[in-house]
Each structure stands twice: as structure tokens, then as C-alpha cells.
Design a binder for this molecule. Structure first.
Ligand SMILES: Cc1cc2nc3c(=O)[nH]c(=O)nc-3n(C[C@H](O)[C@H](O)[C@H](O)COP(=O)(O)OP(=O)(O)OC[C@H]3O[C@@H](n4cnc5c(N)ncnc54)[C@H](O)[C@@H]3O)c2cc1C
Length: 370
């Protein structure tokens, strides 16, 4: 460490993180005329779970399923959360989904489409087809999220937002009950950094990496929860950890997109039995918590295959695979496997922290300036 603090920076809004949440927050703040700084433990637009996401957004868009509605999306989301979700936040999520998707497109994010029409899928837990995927970057399967972060980072940079990469925020500055900035560690310059800000936005992602089995990126270590808690804010619903039910464990590692279940993928135990209907009337289309628990129980009760539970893609029609999952099929082939005829196994892994810092509908915490 060269000096205790070698850099002191002042801005209106400090955004902590470099994924989708941070980029959209930074863009919105700078659009309102604020001087914005993004501090990221890794690199803005090249880190976080956003980078490895399957890029799927649920939204009720006009011109797709005429039987779908905002109320239906709301009801599905509430029942997926066993009716203990925060109704106001769910309503906001559902109401703003379509306009957010449009805004992302306006900022250069492209959705998978056939001609002028977006490809729409059905995802477990949803009663209608309302799942739209962003196009990956350069057709690559890995780090598909670059299809989101690269265009956004470019727009945010053009808007004059400054990036402080390789800077891990370690604590928030609090004065008279108000957050006034943050302190961090520049991993590149090997010095401490002091940032004074009128407002601080924590968008540093979840904490999947505190678990042994997870599909999260290495920077998902829950830093934001500690920052908020130490500054006097509260956390809520931290016990709700979402397990992804179908993370491939054999013959190679992969997060298998769950819309494949709507198109014919099925789960079988070591006895060759399709067990999901023993647990839920929706079978594999039940919500992730139900499917993950069922897969885990099958494995625990001695019906594990080699390393997990078999996932069988053989009933998915060729036409569907070609039109909706072309990149995935190509990825399987590149790994030396045919998705229709190969043998594959999945197991649950930690995927998402459903809880987090307590906020209101305007994303404000109970602490001024945060
Ligand atoms: C394999 C996978 C597939 C997924 N697929 C989907 C999907 O299809 N649809 C969907 O809706 N969701 C999906 N998700 C979830 C989704 O990716 C996340 O909810 C979303 O990307 C989170 O965005 P974020 O900006 O909040 O966090 P992240 O993208 O995780 O970004 C966090 C950022 O904060 C930075 N950071 C962390 N700590 C600090 C610190 N102390 N100081 C400074 N910076 C810090 C990180 O480096 C990173 O840049 C998926 C997740 C995974 C893991």
C-alpha cells in the first residue's frame, strides 16, 4: 500500500457495481444531469452475473399473446413467491417490464428475433408465453450477457459517466445519519480511494459465491449487503435463496435454460422414472423452488444417476431446437454432444438471492442519501 489514501474524488452520484443494475442506474442519473461515477470491483460491463445470464426477460408485450395481461403476470409472480412477496414491488416490476424492455432496445440491446418479430418462450412459473431473450454477443454461448452490458456501457460512457474499474468499495461514509460517499480499495493502483457523493446507489449484485455450489460469478460475494447493513440500512428476506434446478453436472457444466422444459425437456431419476409429477401437477413447469427441491430429494433418497438427475431433451421437436435454441445446440455440438441424443445430468445450484437491501418503490433505503 503506497499511501493510506491517495485519491479523493467528488461526484453527485456514486454507483457501486458494473452490471445491468449499475449501468441502468448510472444512465438514469446522468440523464437527469448528475455527475456520475461508477466504481466496480472488476470492470464495468465486463463483470457480475449479468455477464453470464441467459438474458431472459419476462414482460407482457403488445402483439404477442392476446390472452396474457399485466394482472396475469402479477398473479403468476405473486403465486411463485407463495403470496408473501412485496405486492407493491411486484406490481411495479410487472407494470414497468414492457417499457424497460423498450428502453433497453433504445439503448442498443437487441432481442432474439425472427425478422421483425421477437422470439417468445414460455418459462416455468409463467402461465403465458412472455419470456424474451437478448441476443448474445457475436453468437457466442458464454458470457451472453455482453449483449446487454456492452451496448449499455458504451451509452453510459458516451453520457459522460466516469468508470473507476478495479475498485472495491469497502465501506460507506455516514455523517449525521446520512450517507455522504464511500471508501474503497483500488486493486490496480494499490491505494485507498475516498469518494464523496450526494447519493450512493448500491448495485453490487448478490452473494451466490458464499455457497460451494453456485453458477454465480466470482465477484458475487454479497458486499453490498454488508455495506448497507454497516451504514445502518436493513436487509430483508435474506433466507430466500433461489436454487437453479437444472445446472448440468454431466458430461460438462452448463446452466440449462428452463424454457426448454416448456418445449419438451424432462427430468428422470436413476430408475428412468419421470418424477416431477409426483411433486407438482405442473411437472417440470413448476417454479424453480419446487423443481430444485424435488431434484435434491430424488438425489438424497438414492435415486441419483451418476452425478445428478437425467435431463432428456429427446422429445423437443427439431424445428423448435433450430428456431429457438440454435446457439445452445451449437454449443452442445462444439462440446462434442448432440442435444437430442446425448445423455446429460443436472443438479441444483445456488442461483439468486431473492432478498436484499430494504427499499421502497423509488429504490430508496431508510438512510438518507442511499
Ligand atoms: C447463470 C445465470 C443465468 C441467469 N439468467 C437470467 C435470466 O435469463 N434472466 C434473468 O432475469 N436473470 C438471470 N440471472 C440473474 C441475473 O443475471 C442477475 O439478477 C442480474 O444480472 C443482476 O444484475 P446486477 O447488476 O444486480 O448484478 P451483477 O451483474 O452481479 O453485477 C454486480 C457488479 O457489482 C460489482 N461489485 C460487487 N461487489 C463490489 C464492491 N464491493 N465494490 C465495487 N463493485 C462491486 C461486480 O464486480 C459486478 O460488476 C442469471 C444469473 C446467472 C448466474
Amino acid at each position: 500500500m503506497r499511501n493510506l489514501i491517495t485519491e479523493s474524488i467528488t461526484c453527485d452520484v456514486l454507483v457501486i457495481g458494473g452490471g445491468l443494475a449499475a449501468l441502468t442506474a448510472a444512465y438514469a442519473a446522468s440523464s437527469s444531469g448528475a455527475k456520475v461515477l461508477m466504481a466496480c470491483k472488476k470492470n464495468v460491463g465486463k463483470s457480475g452475473n449479468t455477464l453470464v445470464a441467459a438474458n431472459g426477460f419476462a414482460a407482457v408485450l403488445p402483439g404477442y399473446d392476446p390472452a396474457d395481461s399485466l394482472d396475469s403476470h402479477f398473479t403468476d409472480t405473486m403465486s411463485g413467491g407463495a403470496m408473501i412477496n412485496d405486492e407493491n414491488l411486484v406490481r411495479m416490476l410487472v407494470d414497468k417490464a414492457a417499457v424497460t424492455l423498450e428502453e433497453l432496445e433504445r439503448l442498443g440491446v437487441c432481442f432474439q428475433s425472427m425478422g421483425a418479430r421477437k422470439i417468445v418462450k414460455k418459462a416455468p412459473g409463467h402461465s403465458h408465453m412472455r419470456f424474451f431473450n437478448v441476443r448474445g454477443f457475436n453468437g457466442a454461448f458464454f458470457a451472453q450477457g455482453r449483449g446487454i452490458t456492452f451496448p449499455l456501457a458504451e451509452k453510459v460512457g458516451q453520457a459522460g459517466v466516469k468508470f473507476l474499474d478495479q475498485t472495491m468499495i469497502t465501506s460507506l461514509l455516514v455523517q449525521d445519519g446520512r450517507v455522504t460517499g464511500a471508501q474503497g480499495l483500488s486493486l490496480r493502483e494499490k491505494c485507498l480511494v475516498l469518494i464523496k457523493a450526494k447519493t450512493v446507489i448500491i448495485s453490487s449484485g448478490g452473494g451466490g459465491r458464499i455457497y460451494h455450489s453456485t453458477n454465480n460469478t466470482s465477484d458475487a460475494t454479497g458486499d453490498g449487503y454488508a455495506l448497507a447493513l454497516n451504514a445502518g440500512a436493513s436487509l430483508r428476506d435474506m433466507e430466500f435463496i433461489q436454487f437453479f434446478p437444472s445446472s448440468m453436472v454431466y458430461p460438462f457444466k452448463l446452466t440449462v435454460p428452463t424454457p426448454l422444459f416448456a418445449d419438451g425437456a424432462v427430468l428422470k431419476n436413476a430408475l428412468g422414472h419421470r418424477f416431477m409429477f409426483d411433486y407438482a401437477p405442473e411437472g417440470e413447469m413448476a417454479t424453480r423452488d419446487i423443481v430444485a427441491r424435488a431434484v435434491y430429494l430424488e438425489m438424497q433418497q438414492g435415486r441419483r444417476c451418476r452425478e445428478g438427475i437425467q435431463i432428456d431433451f429427446s422429445s423437443i421437436p427439431d424445428k423448435v431446437l433450430e428456431s429457438k435454441y440454435a446457439v445452445l445446440v451449437k454449443h452442445f455440438r462444439k462440446s462434442g454432444h448432440e442435444i437430442k441424443t446425448g445423455y446429460f445430468e443436472v443438479a441444483p445450484v445456488v442461483h439468486h438471492f431473492m432478498g436484499g437491501i430494504t427499499i421502497d418503490e423509488k429504490c430508496r433505503t431508510q438512510i438518507q442519501g442511499l
